[in-house]
Design a binder for this molecule. Structure first.
Ligand code: LFR
Length: 483
């Protein structure tokens, strides 16, 4: 048995997990969990990346204790698109901006004046989101913030750099910058040149499984680990790691990675770059072994997290119980709408959206929660239907992975809405995908299907069969489409 530490950073918390792996065994244990609290300062919403790094170091120390002082490797994944800038001496130039920061408002439209949106999609396959790295870099360049930057490192690459002293740009996450061509799986040089983006800011590309250095002596001293400890590039975009851990046993599956976001779609061998796909706002992010993550971003449990925050953190179990008993599909909102991107006043914003579309306005927390979960299930249905049509790839089952698997009501509603069985689990999909890519890089045999079989055979999964109320979901979908 070998021990691998997976650092998995989400938008609201970070964790360090220890994966113990053998040919037929896979055990995951949490070593450390810590909050990720974005900070609003006068210039905008920022990540507290030093606190995250401190959490990673604490986590590695705890992981070492669990693994008897020796780790066979460490891998890091996190949310996508965001970055830190380094100066000529390699020092971080400021706190990385949060993708929900408003500095990118209206920036995409300026970029499209140089490269029209259709051309941008044909070249990169990336969906429109105001926070794509390309738009963030454009905003930063216009504000003069790139002027003295020597290097740009995406969040997992920045933490890897601090741990090892080595710089790289891991491919799955690079694919979310909107500066990568998904056909060649390398930088879109022509596009970057037209947009005045200096690709020299990025460190050389790394593939998942590539070595990413070894822990620096200072890190070993601080964490009590005995060296050398290699750091391995994983699918450093959390969604890439999570999709790698989807426990599919066949080919005809869709997935939904649930958490702060719902990322719903298919794993393909080649990107879909049609105009129809662009209009449907599907993205072609890059995955392991030449695969493409063809999916749509849906606001996800962020909608509920923000409500719960506003309500002063009531007991979630009782809230979900009350939501399960609340009337179904009374009011639904468009859970794909980027109008819900920014934090704050979420219950009011949801109520306003219901009012504006002439539906009953949910008032109590239970009613609002039900509205959110029905709306998410409906958005899941729409994404999975659209993905199958646009990629011409029918599916028989929907795999739900990530934090949302804990929400049985959401899983059940998703099965009902999609009219397909839902297999829910694993909850810590990103960490498991992270561990398995490390294990494979260090000798565990197996292709992607083999890794998936290992997950399916070792992790607890729950199955939800759709209940036959397709008509009601169809009616609600039509109501939303008619808005
Ligand atoms: C999920 C995720 C999504 C990405 C969003 C912002 O954690 O990585 O895939 O679109 O966060 O980075």
């Amino acid at each position: 048995m070998r021990s691998y530490a997976a650092v998995d950073l989400g938008a609201s918390s970070g964790r360090v997990m220890v994966g113990r792996v053998g040919p037929d065994t896979l055990e995951l244990t949490e070593a450390h969990r810590f909050p990720n609290r974005p900070v609003r300062v006068p210039e905008g919403l920022r990540w507290d990346v030093l606190a995250l790094y401190a959490g990673v170091l604490d986590g590695l120390r705890a992981a070492g204790c669990l693994a008897g002082g020796r780790l066979d490797s460490v891998g890091i994944d996190s949310w996508a698109v965001d970055y830190g800038l380094l100066d000529t001496r390699g020092a971080l130039m400021g706190n990385p901006a949060h993708y929900r920061d408003t500095r990118t408002e209206g920036v995409a439209q300026k970029v499209w004046a140089t490269v029209p949106a259709a051309e941008l999609y044909a070249a990169t396959g990336l969906q429109y989101a105001p926070f794509n790295t390309l738009y963030q870099m454009t905003a930063d360049r216009e504000a003069g913030r790139l002027a003295h930057a020597e290097r740009l490192l995406l969040i997992p690459d920045l933490l890897t750099y601090w741990l090892t002293g080595e710089q790289g740009t891991e491919l799955t996450n690079a694919s979310t910058t909107q500066l990568v061509d998904p056909r060649t799986r390398t930088w879109a040089h022509g596009l970057a040149a037209r947009l005045g983006i200096d690709l020299g800011l990025f460190a050389p590309l790394r593939q998942p499984g590539d070595p990413a250095g070894t822990l620096r002596p200072e890190v070993l001293a601080e964490t009590g680990l005995s060296g050398p400890v290699p750091v391995t590039a994983v699918g450093s975009h959390d969604t890439a790691s999570a999709v790698a851990a989807v426990p599919a046993t066949g080919e005809r599956f869709a997935y939904i990675c649930t958490g702060t976001w719902s990322l719903a779609g298919l794993e393909l061998d080649a990107p879909v770059l049609t105009e129809e796909s662009r209009a449907a706002n599907f993205t072609n992010e890059l995955g392991l072994d030449g695969t493409v993550r063809y999916l749509r971003n849906i606001m996800g449990l962020w909608l509920l997290q923000e409500c719960v925050r506003e309500w002063g953190d009531p007991d979630l179990g009782s809230l979900l119980q009350a939501a399960a008993e609340a009337p179904a599909l009374r009011s639904v909102v468009d859970a794909q709408d980027t109008a819900f991107l920014a934090p704050g006043r979420m219950p009011e914003r949801i109520a306003e959206a219901c009012r504006a579309s002439g539906q009953p306005v949910p008032g109590t927390p239970a009613e609002i929660t039900r509205c959110v979960l029905d709306s998410l299930a409906l958005a899941h249905r729409r994404a999975i239907e659209d993905a199958q049509r646009l990629a011409d790839r029918p599916v028989d089952v929907v795999h739900v992975v990530g934090g949302g698997t804990r929400n049985a009501l959401l899983c059940r509603l998703t099965a009902d809405a999609c009219g397909l069985p839902v297999v829910a689990g694993p909850t810590e999909a990103a960490a498991l995908g992270n561990v398995l890519v490390q294990a494979r890089a260090h000798g565990l045999a197996g292709d992607r299907a083999g890794l998936r079989r290992l997950i399916a055979g070792t992790q607890p999964l729950a199955r939800y069969e759709p209940r036959g109320d397709a008509g009601r979901w169809r009616e609600a979908a039509a109501r939303l489409a008619a808005r």
